[in-house]
Write a protein that binds this ligand. Sequence first.
Ligand code: SAM
Ligand code: FES
Length: 351
Amino acid sequence: STRALIDTLEADRHLDRNQWIAFFRGRTPEALEYLSTRAREVSRKQFGRDIYTRGLIEFTNYCRNDCYYCGIRCSNAKADRYRLTDQQIMDCCKQGYGLGFRTFVLQGGEDPQLTEDRIACLVTAIKDKYPDCAVTLSIGEWERSSYERFFRAGADRYLLRHETADPEHYRRLHPKGLSPEHRKQCLRELAEIGYQAGTGFMIGSPGQGPEQLAEDMLFIEQLAPQMIGIGPFVPHHDTPFAGERAGTVEETLYCIGALRLMLPQALIPATTALGTMAEDGRERGILAGANVVMPNLSPLGVREKYELYDNKICTGDEAAECRDCLELRMESIGYRLVVSRGDHPQAGKEE
Ligand code: SAM
Ligand code: FES
């Protein structure tokens, strides 16, 4: 039964491929309830009722890539493109620091005008000014030498979702030129360099079923990343996937619970996409085993332009409003936002 699989997963932190497939096929409201309870207990043991925050700075929506699911893909001529200046980015950090953020996430499309120099300088500037803060980069695929340079400049973490571990499925989501092997190679390099590395994938993307999800879980087990970002696929009206079905909150919560049981110490956000699919999506994410939230620090004027998918929440809210909103939301379920870098429990320790 699914319940027995959940018990096995909790005890062994492992399922084999066939067990994973049965686990995903066996998702019922009762199984989700049981899994969430187990996963919630595991995160309480690790993190208590502390929720880590990261200030998300979406600093460019230019992108050379053309991922079929993404609203800022290069073929979307309707996207209103912007890039923040260094000054604007530093202003976001300043505001964020005042609001209690001790991690800044610099996220953007693969902007062809971005240079290794600019990123390295930005990271150095932020770390000089805020030595007690962590910097996370989420800027896609670069050469190993560039990742090394960013790391030397002081970057602490890197987010690069593998998107799907099934190569055929990867090709259904991406045009030629993007390869699943290269994506995975980047992730291995990031880990070797010493980053706290984050991977992840969308839930309910077109062509995803129990088999694909099983591959994702096996890949993540093997990579053992420090962070795992997952959220529902949400269609964007100006993409080839405009007419596809969105992933559901329940599927997403089920995956969060599974990931928590597999990697008890992982940093797992309750994502904005989850909050987009249900008013209380992020709260439910926490109650299913997530332990991180990533409110938006981008300037109000560009919020709606970083439109990865339709109906994205918080595009009209000031950074302070988002922070307060999340604080209330977390308190309503008995958790608290903490002023902390929120590193992985093993970060900096010897292997
Ligand atoms: N360019 C960087 C990269 O590729 O890693 C960072 C930015 S990218 C927009 C961040 C993530 O957004 C992707 O990894 C993808 O999983 C997610 N995303 C893009 N389009 C989405 C959609 N329609 N629904 C849900 N998530 C989406
Ligand atoms: Fe932005 Fe709630 S987190 S308004």
